[in-house]
Design a binder for this molecule. Structure first.
Ligand code: CP
Ligand code: NVA
Length: 297
């Protein structure tokens, strides 16, 4: 039976480990310039309803490096943009492709696509979740800290797709997660309730105290541009800066899924400073997604 990656529901710790083991191997092979064409002749369709730099490039380059190809499908330029149903699109695409990666607004659309597709579907970000990002983030934490076990992650800012995927991951894996979000901008209530042992507070300093990882994301996500001015005021105190870094552990690392807005959710001195791992974090999107592709395709 085909497998999808729509979120982390149904995944076991062994599934996560399998992805990261392969990612480490693929990373090593690439660094050594060794052939790893495990997806020769395979094709990935990449449907985009929203902008992307990292996700698009890493999936496309990843497919190429493994001997396959990826097709960039801006939904505006396909019949999806003119109203062809997701069910019909999924059935047709299943005849041509070996897998689909989709970045869109509603999680329900991704689930619908996966329901009708005979091939694996990968969630490349929805308003609700961003699983590929958090897979790369936890892989980065393993590299930097040796393991994610017992590691204290503090997420500062909007209870958005990235925050929700962090919470889903915490429900499956033994790391500590504390989120500081302003009132009215909490993560998804159902995901939070299902996770159980995640801490949610209002004070960024409370979340960041003794943290091993300080993590943030933009105040205004794609699709929320009309709220941007209001969000600037509401999120003003939800910033990773030197003061916040000062209450985390001395060897804490700073992470951000990117793109970043310096001076908003994070200061330039912190994101460009010695504790920031954002470039390696972005690089790891490539290695981890190649592992996901190798498993699913
Ligand atoms: N972090 C991330 O998904 O980046 P892009 O929006 O550039 O793909
Ligand atoms: N929360 C952000 C993540 C971008 C990678 C957004 O959805 O725009």
């Amino acid at each position: 039976m085909k497998k999808d990656l729509l979120g982390f529901a149904g995944m076991t710790p062994a599934d996560f480990q399998d992805i990261w083991r392969r990612a480490a191997r693929l990373k090593q092979l690439l660094k050594e310039g060794r052939d790893h064409a495990s997806l020769k002749g395979k094709t990935l369709g990449m449907i985009f309803d929203k902008s992307s730099t990292r996700t698009r490039i890493s999936f496309e380059v990843g497919m190429y490096q493994m001997g396959g190809i990826a097709l960039f499908l801006n939904s505006r330029d396909t019949q999806i943009g003119r109203g062809e149903t997701l069910a019909d699109s999924a059935r047709m695409m299943s005849c041509y492709l070996n897998g689909i990666m989709i970045r869109t607004f509603s999680q329900e659309s991704v689930e619908e696509l996966a329901r009708y597709a005979a091939i694996p579907v990968i969630n490349g970000l929805t308003d609700l979740l961003h699983p590929c990002q958090i897979l790369a983030d936890l892989f980065t934490i393993q590299e930097k800290k040796g393991s994610y076990e017992g590691v204290r992650v503090a997420y500062i800012g909007d209870g958005n797709n990235v925050a929700n995927s962090w919470i889903e991951a915490a429900a499956h894996l033994p790391f500590e997660l504390a989120l500081a979000c302003p009132e009215g901008y909490d993560p998804d209530a159902r995901i939070l309730a299902a996770a159980g042992r995640v801490k949610l507070c209002r004070d960024p300093f409370e979340a960041a105290r003794n943290a091993d990882v300080l993590y943030t994301d933009v105040w205004t996500s794609m699709g929320q541009e009309a709220e941007s001015q209001e969000r600037m005021k509401i999120f003003r105190n939800y910033q990773i800066n030197q003061a916040l870094l000062g209450v985390a552990k001395k060897d804490a690392i700073v992470m951000h899924c990117l793109p970043a807005h310096r001076g908003e959710e994070i200061t330039a001195d912190v994101i460009d400073g010695p504790q920031s791992v954002v470039v390696e974090e972005a690089e790891n999107r490539l290695h981890v997604q190649k592992a996901v592709l190798e498993i699913l395709l």
